[in-house]
Design a protein around this ligand. Structure first.
Ligand code: B3K
Ligand code: ZN
Length: 850
């Protein structure tokens, strides 16, 4: 049971031993692969006489110290070796079984190719090692495998030699000149199509670029390659950072637990974030690929050159790298649209995590299974924390801070505090109070009140935080961006307030009339706002706020307020209604010729049910669903002529923003009147790209139009052999509004394109049902919960990481009624009693039940 014990940040200690060089030799074979690991070990503390290494699911063959068999013992997934020496060579031979590894951690098979995933603690499934990020070694790797089956043998760094071996086998040796922790190790062996290109860094070094994809997919690798070159150039221009090896490889595999992995010089990617052509990938897919390719590339400096001291510091590399990829996407694309999407992740997902049993600060203090902490809190709230520092320091000081950070820490494994100190020292800005963002969990709330008298406008801000275990209740440093707008829509002033006390009043003088205020512009801090808006006020902001993000923000508030007003009406037994102010505000946006089409599309894609659930403490789900449908229907009816007209004007433009708007218009048109179904058919039939065909199909499916079945069948037949496209089809099936949806999903798990062993498939069918079909997942009879529980029991054995991801909607139950909560708890109880419950699920389920 000791592995179910939490580990604590406060217990961190340096390792008694370090390893400065590791040579690995892989004899790749099925069923048994042999791994020889030779470490050069250095003792750091004279008192230490025993070296303790991590290892899991390994068959230990031998242990030698300085070429002599060494006394050792294996206990609780650790290997204890007697070692009363300051320096020695340790040789360990292990046997592993990659084809049986369905957890996809360590060395495993994806569609006949060997590949690895070592972050966070997967390297210990390859050999016994000091598997912790603060032990940095230079790696030499020799890989040997059958030559015909596995023509490409890849690892980190530079290729040193290759050639034939006996019995139709061949080998390659690789050397990585940069010391690295074990989590950045990678190995790939397989048969691929290869796209090659090159990039000349600004100091004039030539870097070979390679993208490896499954046979037959070469034509889908070009966007990934272009994105890589764009990322390399951007990091030089904006962050003054250049690539450091002679080669950069990306391998796309279909079996992958996450999006991608930044292994030094050899990134392994989920095919979802590499493969794209116009026919099979949507504009969103293209955007996702560019941003994930960027993200992994940017890790080369923020993560690889400077890494984490321990896993509690994960946000050091992830928060910072998400901030960097968001800035990349904003510099090369639309800044407001990228910002809107980032804000939605925080509001709709991170706030939910913060309000649920897995709430943790961006630097967690205790962890049972590290893989459970690759979260929206560590990543996305972490990025917001970096963004706030950027706001407080400004671009110039922020870049000076980055420079100082690299000067001080290149080649080291450091802490979040080291990063903040570099920012502080380079800028002279005091970040002492700001550091609370790293240690306090939970979402702060800011209550706003205002007063206008004699030309003076006063804004009083009061901050509070929910009680979360381990939190001290100290006020935070919140950069609070406001704009004051006059009644004619002209901007009076706009500034970032330094809000540092529990309550603070800010005064604006010399006004002639009471202004309309735009609060927390650009979402300048990840906080909740408490402010009583009037419809007129929001409609004014939708029209006149200088910031496009603020205009979108006002539309979200206006739509949400309309829904909540109608929920109240329902509960009071009154009839629902929607004011002309709301209808006119949306109509105004749809007719606006000057606004970016993608922004209009964002405004039209009004908050989902789950986004609305996040805005409240407790929810009457049935009333919420009714009220939301009412508001959406009324809006669509009021704007029917305008959306049909706008549909036709954007219909034939070959740009992503026009396609986004067109698809929103199509959906609104069909909500207003099913007669527009003809437009859906026409668009589906004439589509020349996936954005258009999926857009039409989604409208037919979401609204249950009469053409739904025929279009779904056509799409299935067309794409049944293209897994990533089938994922889109599985998702539409999973989120449909049908009383039979669970039976349909059950039947689809036997579809020839589905496999429980493939995380993308499981997420697209089961994950989307639980997270995206609120109405049927939370059906009051508990059938949704029971179905997910059955799947979780199965996935607990096949792939614990995937199980622990898709359980999220089941543990975030605090807002639902007691009858639903009771049913959920019964399901969780069933899980906690499983005899072979993984650490991953144990941590989440036990926190949810306690
Ligand atoms: N660092 C990896 C994530 C590893 C997840 C391990 N469970 C991808 C990324 O954030 O870039
Ligand atoms: Zn990352």
């Amino acid at each position: 049971m000791s592995e179910l014990q939490a580990k604590y940040l406060k217990d961190y200690q340096q390792s008694d031993f370090t390893i400065n060089h590791l040579s690995l030799d892989f004899q790749l074979n099925i069923p048994t692969t042999k791994v020889v690991a030779i470490s050069q070990v250095e003792r750091q503390s004279k008192q230490a006489t025993e070296l303790v290494l991590d290892g899991e699911d390994l068959d230990l063959v031998s242990v030698k110290v300085n070429s002599q068999p060494a006394s050792h013992q294996v206990k609780d997934k650790q290997l204890y070796i007697q070692a009363d020496l300051d320096n020695f060579e340790l040789e360990i031979i292990t046997h592993i079984k990659p084809a049986e590894n369905t957890a996809l951690e360590g060395l495993y098979m994806s569609d006949g190719a060997y590949c690895t995933q070592c972050e966070a603690e997967g390297f210990r499934r390859i050999t016994y090692y000091l598997d912790r990020p603060d032990v940095l070694a230079k790696f030499d790797v020799r890989v040997e495998a059958d030559k015909t089956e596995f023509p490409f043998l890849l690892s980190n760094g530079n290729l040193i030699s290759s050639g034939d071996a006996v019995n139709g086998r061949h080998f390659a040796t690789w050397q990585d000149p940069f010391p690295k922790p074990s989590y950045l190790f990678a190995l790939v062996a397989g048969d691929f199509d290869l796209l090659e290109d090159q990039f000349t860094t600004r100091s004039g070094r030539d870097v070979k670029l390679q993208v490896f994809v499954d046979k037959g997919n070469l034509h889908k690798a070009h966007h990934a390659m272009a994105s890589l070159k764009k990322s390399m150039k951007w990091d030089e221009d904006r962050f003054d950072l250049e690539y450091d090896l002679d080669i950069y490889m990306i391998v796309a595999v279909d079996f992958f637990n996450m999006g991608a992995m930044e292994n030094k010089g050899l990134n392994v990617f989920n095919t979802k974030y590499v493969l794209a052509d116009k026919e099979s990938a949507t504009d969103d897919d293209y955007h996702g690929i560019e941003s994930v390719i960027g993200h992994e590339y940017f890790h080369n400096w923020t993560g690889n050159r400077v890494t984490c001291r321990d896993w509690f510091q994960l946000s050091l590399k992830e928060g910072l790298t998400v901030f960097r990829d968001q800035e990349f996407s904003s510099d090369v694309g639309s800044r407001p649209v990228n910002r809107i999407q980032a804000i939605q992740v925080i509001r709709n997902h991170q706030f939910a995590e913060d309000a649920g049993p897995m709430a943790h600060p961006i630097r967690p203090e205790s962890v049972i299974e590290m893989n459970n902490f690759y979260t929206v809190t560590v990543y996305n709230k972490g990025a917001e924390v970096i963004r706030m520092m950027h706001t407080l320091l400004g671009e110039k000081n922020f870049q000076a801070g980055m420079k100082l950070y690299f000067e001080r820490h290149d080649g080291q494994a450091v802490t979040c505090d080291d990063f903040v100190s570099a920012m502080e020292d380079a800028s002279g800005v005091d970040l002492q109070q700001f550091r609370l963002w790293y240690s306090q969990a939970g979402t702060p709330s800011v209550a706003v009140s205002e007063n206008f008298e004699d030309g003076q406008y006063q804004l009083t801000l009061t901050q509070s935080r929910p009680t979360v275990a381990g939190n001290n209740d100290l006020p935070m440093h919140i950069p609070f961006d406001v704009e004051l707008i006059d009644l004619d829509g002209k901007s009076i002033t706009s500034k970032v307030l330094n809000f540092t006390e529990r309550q603070q009043t800010f005064t604006f003088d010399g006004l002639t009339q009471k202004p309309v205020v735009s609060l927390l512009q650009d979402f300048s801090a990840p906080v909740k706002l408490e402010y009583q808006y009037e419809d007129e006020h929001l409609a004014h902001l939708m029209r006149y706020a200088s910031s496009e993000v603020a205009r979108w923000e006002a539309s979200v508030s206006l739509f949400s307020k309309s829904v909540w007003d109608n929920v109240k009406a329902l509960v009071a037994g009154k009839s629902m209604q929607l004011s002309d102010i709301v209808k006119d505000a949306f109509k105004g946006v749809i007719l606006d010729e000057k606004l970016d089409e993608e922004l209009i599309a964002e405004i039209m894609s009004v908050p989902s049910i789950s986004a609305l659930v996040e805005q409240t403490e407790s929810v009457d789900l049935d009333s919420l669903i009714t009220a939301r449908s009412f508001v959406k229907d009324e809006l669509a009816l009021a704007c029917e002529d305008e959306v049909v007209a706008r549909y036709h004007t954007s219909k034939d433009k070959d740009i992503a923003s026009a396609r986004a708007l067109k698809n929103e218009c199509l959906s609104w048109a069909c909500v207003a009147n099913e007669e527009h179904e003809a437009l859906v058919n026409a668009q589906y039939e004439s589509a020349t790209n996936m954005t258009d065909s999926l857009g039409a199909l989604k409208v037919a499916s979401d609204l249950n139009l009469s053409n739904r079945e025929s279009l779904m069948t056509h799409f299935e037949n067309r794409w049944v052999d293209t897994p990533l496209v089938m994922d889109k089809w599985f998702t539409l099936q999973a989120i449909q509004d049908s009383e039979q949806v669970i039976d349909k999903i059950k039947a689809l798990t036997s579809h020839k394109a589905f496999s429980f062993n493939n995380p993308n498939r499981v997420r697209s069918l089961i994950g989307s049902f639980a997270a995206g079909n609120i109405k049927h997942f939370h059906k009051s009879d508990g059938s949704g919960y029971q179905y997910l529980t059955d799947i979780l029991k199965k996935m607990n054995i096949i792939n614990p990481q995937v199980a622990a991801r898709i359980i999220t909607p089941l543990i975030q139950f605090s807002k639902f009624d007691l009858a639903r909560q009771q049913k959920i708890k019964e399901s969780l109880q069933e899980l906690i009693e499983l005899p072979d419950l993984s650490k991953d699920l144990y941590e989440k389920v036990s926190r949810a039940l306690s």
